[in-house]
Write a protein that binds this ligand. Structure first.
Ligand code: BMP
Length: 213
């Protein structure tokens, strides 16, 4: 699975990129840049082309988190991404909303950036355990830290794992492929001279890496 991280602020450019890459991507991940620039309506628009993962990294009290999830699903998102460090009451509330829409909930265990080791790393394993225990659908784990993805896979068992950080952030696709179900890629695709070719090549690299791992 190749998820396109569509962190663009222009609706026109975003739709162009999706049109060019749609044969090679399996889902579109939207984050604050596109939704704050183009409005929540962009989710419905994109969902007509591919399933949309609303990456709002929800991290609030249960009530507010449930409102955010509700807005995402009501507007056509297939899945939401939330932070795990907020604890199980928040995750359960988001799951409750997701069930009403047959939607999925992905939980971030630890971010790809270096600074994540300061606070997130010590809790990543526990977050994965809780997400699994309460029935979340998947986890987001960092391609920049293959040993962390390996550990998350051990805990997650059959839970879906999506991994961002390939390309500009120098994540190690070949090393993480065997542990993950999908990769999330943004700039290496939408900033490429030929986004279609870039998406095709990354998808092929991932497929090969999975086959040989
Ligand atoms: P890029 O391939 O351009 O680096 O984009 C990565 C995408 O994945 C961005 O949307 C970013 O917000 C997201 N992401 C990440 O990079 N690291 C994480 O740990 C979690 C993310 O969701």
């Amino acid at each position: 699975m190749l998820v396109l991280a569509l962190d663009l602020t222009s609706r026109k450019k975003a739709l162009e990129i999706v049109e060019k890459t749609k044969d090679f991507i399996d889902a579109i991940k939207v984050n604050y840049p596109i939704v704050l620039s183009c409005g929540i309506g962009i989710v419905k628009e994109l969902s007509k082309v591919k399933p949309v993962i609303a990456d709002f990294k929800i991290a609030d009290i249960p009530y507010t988190s449930s409102l955010i999830a509700e807005i995402a699903f009501k507007n056509g998102a297939n899945a939401v991404i939330c932070h795990g460090f907020v604890g199980r009451d928040v995750l359960k509330e988001i799951l409750r909303v997701a069930e009403n829409y047959d939607g999925k909930v992905y939980v971030v265990t630890e971010l790809t950036n270096d600074g994540a080791k300061e606070f997130m790393k010590p809790f990543a394993r526990k977050i994965a355990e809780i997400a699994k225990e309460i029935g979340c659908h998947g986890l987001i784990a960092p391609a920049t830290k293959p040993e962390r993805v390996k550990e998350v896979r051990e805990v997650a068992k059959n839970l879906e794992i999506l991994s961002p950080g390939i390309g500009v952030q120098k994540g190690k696709l070949e090393e993480i492929a065997k542990y993950v179900d999908g990769i999330i890629v943004g700039r290496s695709i939408y900033n490429a001279d030929d986004p279609k070719k870039a998406a095709r090549e990354i998808k092929e690299r991932f497929r090969k890496a999975k086959l040989t791992s």
